[in-house]
Write a protein that binds this ligand. Structure first.
Ligand code: ADP
Ligand code: MG
Length: 261
């Protein structure tokens, strides 16, 4: 069953067409990669899906938990997150001075519905919600092996673990669809292998669908069910890892482009 579909989304910035008529379909439980040279329009595509930008034209359609198609084009990022779409960003956005635990708890609170008023007054439903949030964060941190590091400040974690923590923050909002923007950026081969394992593990553990932008070809080819390739805003290919590796246009687009540039 389809979980996300983009119906010809286009994004113009002045004279620049960053993404042109993008047509993507992602099925539940798939891992789908979006690849392409720098400036191809990959992050812009994510920004249109998550409500950071409203497409100049076209629509984004999400199938919600009840199985209904919801047009999410132009909705606010917070409204889209509530429907079950979470993301990470190309650059680490942790609260560096806060602990691992606090980073995850804040992500959860931003997502919860209690307003500041009931939090300030400590109304009963707020307390119940808070207790449940604490229990869920504990369970999550244990599951992803960060519980023992919960008191550590985010900046003190090794780089690879900081990037894992970013993903865990996204998981705290209990998404159905998780968008990862270059999760392995700056990682060494060992960290990249661990991340590859982690992504498949959380997909199965939380029954997620994953849509990721990535340059590390070992990671992309190793775990993607399908791949879309963008170049100058255009989709130049889509298919299985094997089909993409042997695609002439893809090889040409990447020629002379350093991996992880
Ligand atoms: N907010 C913006 N304003 C103007 N141009 C932008 C903006 N965001 C992205 N672009 C342009 O859109 C194109 C695609 O950028 P981006 O989506 O970040 O590419 P990628 O993630 O594939 O490297 C680039 O030419 C970039 O300069
Ligand atoms: Mg980008």
């Amino acid at each position: 069953m389809t979980i996300l579909r983009t119906d010809g989304i286009t994004m113009r910035f002045g004279g620049v067409v960053a993404v042109n008529n993008l047509q993507i379909e992602i099925n539940e439980h798939e891992i789908v990669a979006l690849i392409g040279p720098n400036g191809a329009g990959k992050t812009t595509a994510f920004n249109m899906i998550t409500g950071v930008y409203t497409p100049t034209s076209g629509n984004v359609i999400y199938t919600d938990a009840a199985g209904n198609d919801v047009q999410i084009t132009g909705k606010k990022p917070s409204a889209i997150a509530k429907l079950g779409i979470a993301r990470t960003f190309q650059n680490i956005r942790l609260f560096k001075e806060l602990s691992v635990y606090e980073n995850v708890m804040i992500a959860k609170h931003l997502h919860l519905k209690s307003d500041f008023m009931s939090a300030a007054l400590h109304l009963p439903h707020y307390n119940a919600e808070q207790r449940q949030a604490e229990a869920e964060v504990e369970e999550l941190l244990k599951k992803v092996n960060l519980w023992d590091l919960r008191e550590e400040k985010a900046f003190s974690l090794p780089y690879g673990q900081q990037r894992h923590l970013e993903i865990v923050r996204a998981l705290a909002t209990k998404p159905k669809l998780l968008l990862l923007d270059e999760p392995a950026a700056g990682m060494n081969p060992k960290e990249t292998d661990e991340l590859t394992e982690f992504i498949s593990q959380i997909r199965d553990e939380y029954n997620l669908t994953i849509f990721m932008i990535e340059h590390h070809m070992d990671l992309v080819m190793g775990i993607s069910d399908r791949i879309y390739v963008l170049d100058f805003g255009q989709t130049i290919a889509s298919g299985t890892p094997l089909e993409i590796q042997n695609n002439e246009r893809v090889i040409a687009a990447y020629l002379g482009v350093e991996e992880d540039a």
